[in-house]
Write a protein that binds this ligand. Sequence first.
Ligand code: FO1
Length: 382
Amino acid sequence: MTGVSADTARAPRIVVLAGGVGGSKFVVGVRETARRRWPDTAGGTRAEITVVANTGDDLWLSGLRLQPDVDSMIYALAGVNDTERGWGRAGESERVAAELHAWGAGWPWFTLGDLDLGAHIARTGWLRDGATVTEVVDRLASRWPLGVRLLPMTDAEVDTHVTTDQGRMHFQEWWTRHRAALPAHGFDWPGIAHAEPAPGVREALAAADVILFAPSNPVVSLGPILAVPGIADAVRNASAAVVGVSPIIAGAPVRGMADACLAAVGLAATADAVGRHYGARAGGGLLDTWLLAEEDASLADGLESTGLRAPVHPLWMRDLDGAVALAAAALDSATLDSAALDSAALDSAALDSAALDSATTAQFAVDSASNGLAVHDLTQKS
Ligand code: FO1
């Protein structure tokens, strides 16, 4: 791989599919990596970063529209997030929540912070005025200089529901009230079969140089994004390198309760099972590369036999340095070798070890029926 001179080259177009806390931490790492590798003159980056956010976690509560993953992303990129709790605003107070509970309104197990409520009220007002979800997300994201373009996966309402032993309920009730401990048998997103990707999503994927799957919950964060008709195909057909980061390390989710979600759709909580679930593009799946944790190095050979590249890196994002190192490893794993691209920063040892040529990948092509991702299968336990 050879770099090209900075004055004729352009910085890469990076698209990240993301949801949840893991997704927002990873995107912060991608932004910082881009700032260091492709700096502009104003302290930002010349790279174009588009984040496609999960909106499957969204809900109506006390007459307000909540978008937890969109808000987590905005708060984290703005640096106003509560890093201990993992959701909501730092320095939050709960006076309104106490009043709601006293009135018997809302869900007693689901706390709406006072600062956070400002976002929900603003969003609901704009939606009631006729704005689309894309327009609302754009307005919310414009409050702070986030350094990325934030798009919802769709403008349609496709809130996740869970089928459990105690009936069907909204995802947030299962996740927050029951801490994902109620045995679940599947997830569904009413109306998603007729949803369309939000304006700009297909175009961003088609124009991307690299597409990154954040280490987000594969079932309820990236699952809904990929279940919006047209998005999985746009990833499959993209000219970009597609790199996923495992959210599972040594048989356990990095954070959250992804193991319960995986069990509900009949998948093991292993980096191997999730990598095979997404599948290699060489075999009709979605990924070229699946980044494994060092703890899972023994899985690499098996995954590579399915046509995936499976480089091994530290995957923990304990702080900004960890998130930057992970984002850098993900970008290094992409073969950004277009002559028009400023790839000078991509000639690291990690890149050299990770990047096999496409012929090598293609020779591992496997039967797409056994390996390709069937996102709609997530609706049922197999
Ligand atoms: N998570 C909780 O565990 N308890 C809560 O009371 C809670 C409130 C809440 C309010 C707004 C919001 O945007 C997110 C909130 N979350 C809460 C987080 C959320 O339930 C999930 O962690 C995400 O949807 C999963 O990505």
